[in-house]
Design a protein around this ligand. Structure first.
Ligand code: 13P
Ligand code: ZN
Ligand code: NA
Length: 283
């Protein structure tokens, strides 16, 4: 069965590696990240955004992830990424998600605390892990668009207060990364990661994993980030492989053919990201 991400992430925090969390949008993408993690003997978090829950359905995603977990020897969690809607969180928990993110980062601090606490109460009773966000991660993720000038870094003292007030066991503090591919290098505030990790003992989540140079991912993980979300790069790898097939053979019409290289491209990229997270052999 799929399991809660709580223990998996706490173990990662304790042993200074990160669990890669991959956003998937199709069955083939899901299978590809499972194949990658299985080959690497790594724990895995499969994620879907709200848009993908609407596209595929929460129950289909739960069943597909469950089949993967039952066939594989690695621990697998299924996580709902960046959800702003309370009702959809409930729907996903009911369907069998083992981890959810309530993203109330667009609200003032006190409201973020209140909304996150409400989700905590229900999720905890269901044995489901909750991730919350402090500060604002820039960039575009599904319907959530944060302009660069509106992106806001998390305050370390506030992180400590937030974790105490809400009881969340996973925290995504904005530390300078952004969703999507960066123009140039990201401006990661490593000192801030260090400060937050010193004050807060829950696993920390690195959002905006696409486009971060390898050395910077490793440094962020060494400083205490215990989960890395990757979305955009996987979509690009998947889509580029398909585009390439149709460029070569515009009359191709068999998904069983054009999906094969797409799946392989996602798998290879996932292997690379798991390598950067340092979670190989930690299953
Ligand atoms: P990227 O699209 O930059 O990989 O960000 C992923 C993410 O943070 C999903 O929550
Ligand atoms: Zn994110
Ligand atoms: Na990014």
């Amino acid at each position: 069965p799929i399991i809660s991400s709580t223990a998996m992430l706490q173990k990662a925090r304790e042993h200074h590696y990160a669990v890669a969390a991959f956003n998937v949008h199709t069955l083939e993408m899901l299978q590809a990240v499972v194949d990658a993690a299985t080959e690497m003997e790594s724990p895995l978090i499969i994620q879907s955004t709200v848009g993908t829950v609407r596209h595929l359905g929460a129950k289909y995603l739960v069943e597909a992830a469950t089949v993967a977990a039952n066939q594989s020897s690695i621990p697998i969690a299924l996580h709902l990424d960046h959800c702003t809607e309370f009702n959809l969180i409930i729907e996903c928990i009911r369907a069998g998600y083992t981890s959810v993110m309530i993203d109330a980062s667009m609200h003032p601090y006190d409201e973020n605390v209140a909304i996150t606490s409400k989700v905590m109460e229900i999720a905890t009773a269901a044995g489901v892990n909750v991730e919350a966000e402090l500060g604002k991660v820039g960039g575009v993720e599904d319907d959530i668009v944060v302009d660069e000038q509106d992106a806001l870094l998390a305050d370390p003292e506030e992180c400590l207060k937030f974790v105490k007030q809400t009881g969340v066991l996973t925290l995504a503090p904005a530390i300078g990364t952004a969703h999507g591919i960066y123009k140039g290098d990201p401006h990661i505030d490593f000192e801030r990661i260090e400060q937050i990790a010193k004050l807060v003992d829950v696993p920390l989540v690195l959002h905006g994993g696409s486009g971060i140079p390898a050395e910077q991912v490793k440094r962020a993980v060494a400083l205490g980030m215990s989960k890395m979300n990757v979305a955009t790069e996987l979509r690009i790898a998947f889509s580029d492989a398909i585009k390439h097939i149709f460029d070569e053979n515009p009359s191709e019409n068999d998904p069983r053919k054009y999906m094969v290289p797409a799946k392989e491209a996602v798998k290879q990229l996932a292997i690379q990201k798991i390598g950067l997270c340092g979670s190989a052999g930690k299953a």
